[in-house]
Design a protein around this ligand. Structure first.
Ligand SMILES: O=C(O)CCC(=O)C(=O)O
Ligand SMILES: [Fe+2]
Length: 608
């Protein structure tokens, strides 16, 4: 299977991706600002996104494989009474290859991965997670009786109505999902034996784009704007569609996780759970008050001059989170506190590419370089030996200080942020020549408590239900990424308010560059995990289990779909967000200029 993947990858890399892009982009233009639904979005067209054989294979299998109604419930699903929509997501496909055989599933996953990569690169997305991905077919039989114009008008009215309803609905439901970017890849072109219509209409006044085999259109979405229409007139049309969310607060809502699909395809059985994270903040508050979590397993590890007890609090298929008491001696922790105290400054966090002082992090921080003290160099050596990871591209040590007077805390977050912006902003991230180093995202976090805390200050993992009490010298270690390099949605964690006294921690973020092999070796596993039973000198990562049997399909209706919002219908929640969120400074979906294809006759149908 790995060979297949490699071959497919190489083939796809060889394609001239996006070569026709420039030709299809017209000069930026703006809509009349008086238009009620002012719509400034950007769309980009790619040609030859996947090899023809891949498109043909997917197309030959799609009509039998797709299932009516398997779709993100937040999006409207009916495209009009004449149109039947059916879809399959990567995890469904991987869970029951009977509907799409293993080779088809593999290709589907690779195509989705490629599409996401192109959208991420084109729109320079830093936080995107896969909101949905689907192999979808629509059919209209017999041909629509309505004129295209009528269908379009009806769909437009329905969209406007759902936006009005949805706006109020979504306003009271901050948690509503939405995609910030979409992409559709056509598996085939319209024609006498296939289908008619299917143009993508970005705005009825401003243009449309005809489908063509291998063509992918990627859109940056205005959250409130007119709908996107890609209705059929007749026949059966199949495509691969993806939706991405590029916003750090929503990052990790990977409803359609490719990593999990890969794992399923490999015969691994991840533990699925409803991915509804509306309760993160409440859970955080609750976990702050509970007793420290107990280890599930304890393993004595030796080697490289270390002899430590590893406590495993959570393990595969969930993220492996471990605690090591006595990683530092009390005297070492105290020395580091002393070293960092004069250097502490108010903490900044990366907020959508800007470094800001944020209310959600009340703490002071200092950055310490190995060169600052022999002790730090020694601790780096210990971390390398212990984790088996290279610190070649790791960031400097960050000391964080929280005080009860400021109720010092750090709200639940992910550590996996991309560091390019940080590299430009922090001198300490530069190499000797002042050039920003390439580190890649934060693969893993090694956190060491430098002090006990008399009251509060626990570290909690809100989705794994773990609580750690600070004890000077104790370390925590976990991976932020999962194969093949996605942010892990289960490692969301936070620091509870310090209620009494003060808290010091020191963190080493270990980045991807230099550790790519670890990600590669874990390919096919739901997560990266270390075999702690091996001697420390032998870095050892859990390998893919042999594929023996195909798992039975999971219970229908539980496939990564969030719980329905109790008082929002699916249609109401479609694409709606508060306009104020759109206008918020620094919003991820800052809307750019418009680029349109040429104007074309309008066809109907409402596309999700
Ligand atoms: O202070 C803690 O317990 C956690 C800190 C943290 O998560 C971070 O600095 O990224
Ligand atoms: Fe963190």
């Amino acid at each position: 299977m790995a060979d297949d993947t490699g071959r497919l990858r190489r083939e796809m890399d060889m394609l001239k991706l996006g070569a026709v892009l420039a030709a299809l982009r017209l000069a930026n233009s703006r809509l009349d600002p008086s238009t009620a639904s002012s719509f400034e979005a950007r769309h980009v067209v790619f040609e030859d996104v996947a090899p023809r054989e891949v498109l043909a294979e997917l197309l030959s299998k799609a009509p039998q494989a797709v299932l009516p109604g398997v779709f993100d419930p937040i999006f409207t699903r009916n495209s009009g009474s004449e149109e039947v929509f059916a879809a399959l997501d990567p995890r469904t496909a991987a869970a029951s290859p009977a509907t799409l055989d293993a080779s088809g599933t593999r290709q589907f996953i690779e195509v989705v991965r490629r599409m996401k990569q192109l959208v991420d690169e084109e729109f320079q997305l830093h936080f995107s997670s896969l909101h949905f991905a689907q192999l979808a077919c629509r059919s209209v039989e017999p041909p629509r009786a309505d004129s295209a114009e009528k269908v379009l008008n009806r769909t437009r009215r329905r969209t406007e109505q759902s936006q009005e309803d949805g706006a109020s609905c979504a306003l009271s439901k901050e948690e509503v999902d939405f995609s910030t970017h979409l992409a559709y890849l056509d598996l085939h072109s319209p024609g006498a034996t296939t289908y008619r219509g299917g143009d993508l209409i970005l705005d009825d006044r401003n243009g449309s784009l005809s489908p063509a085999a291998g063509r992918m259109v990627a859109l940056e979405l205005p959250v409130l704007g007119p709908g996107r229409f890609h209705g059929l007139e007749a026949g059966l049309r199949c495509h691969v569609g993806i939706g991405l969310i590029d916003h750090k607060d929503i990052m990790g809502k990977q409803i359609h996780s490719l990593a999990e699909a890969e794992a399923l395809l490999a015969g691994f059985q991840p533990q699925f759970r409803p991915q509804d994270w509306r309760w993160d903040d409440e859970n955080f508050e609750r976990l702050c008050e509970v007793e420290a979590s107990e280890a599930k397993e304890e393993i004595q590890v030796e080697g490289a001059g270390l002899n430590l007890k590893v406590e495993i609090l959570s393990d595969l298929p969930d993220p492996q989170v471990i605690r090591v008491r006595g990683f530092l001696a009390a005297s070492e922790a105290a020395e580091l506190v002393k070293l960092s105290e004069p250097l502490l400054e108010e903490a900044v966090v990366l907020d959508q590419r800007d470094l800001v002082l944020a209310s959600y992090r009340a703490s002071r921080t200092a950055w310490l370089d190995d060169k600052d003290s022999d002790l730090l160099a020694e601790i780096s050596r210990r971390i390398e030996a212990f984790t088996g990871l290279s610190l070649q591209s790791a960031e400097d040590f960050q000391v964080a200080y929280y005080h009860s007077k400021e109720a010092g805390h750090y709200a639940p977050h992910f550590d996996w942020g991309i560091e390019t912006q940080l590299a430009e902003d922090f001198g300490s991230f530069r190499d000797g020549q002042g050039a920003a180093k390439s580190r890649g995202p934060r693969l893993a976090t090694f956190l060491i408590y430098l002090s006990d805390v008399p009251g509060g200050g626990a570290t909690t993992f809100v989705r794994e239900n773990l609580t750690f009490r600070p004890e000077a010298g104790t370390a925590l270690f976990w991976f932020n990424l999962k194969p093949p390099g996605d942010g892990d949605e289960l490692v969301k964690h936070g620091a509870c308010a310090v209620k009494n006294g003060e808290k010091f921690i020191m963190t080493k973020w270990i980045n991807v560059v230099g550790n790519q092999a670890v990600l590669q070796e874990s390919y096919g596993l739901p997560r990266i995990a270390r075999h702690w039973r091996q001697a420390l000198e032998v870095p050892s990562w859990r390998r893919l289990p042999a594929r023996e049997s195909v798992r039975p399909a999971r219970e229908k209706g539980r496939i990564g779909l969030p719980e329905a919002f109790p008082d929002c219908t699916a249609v109401k929640c479609c694409c709606a967000l508060s306009p104020s969120r759109l206008e918020a400074p620094g919003a991820a979906w800052a809307i750019r200029g418009v680029q349109f294809g040429h104007l074309h006759s309008a066809t109907g149908g409402h596309g999700g």
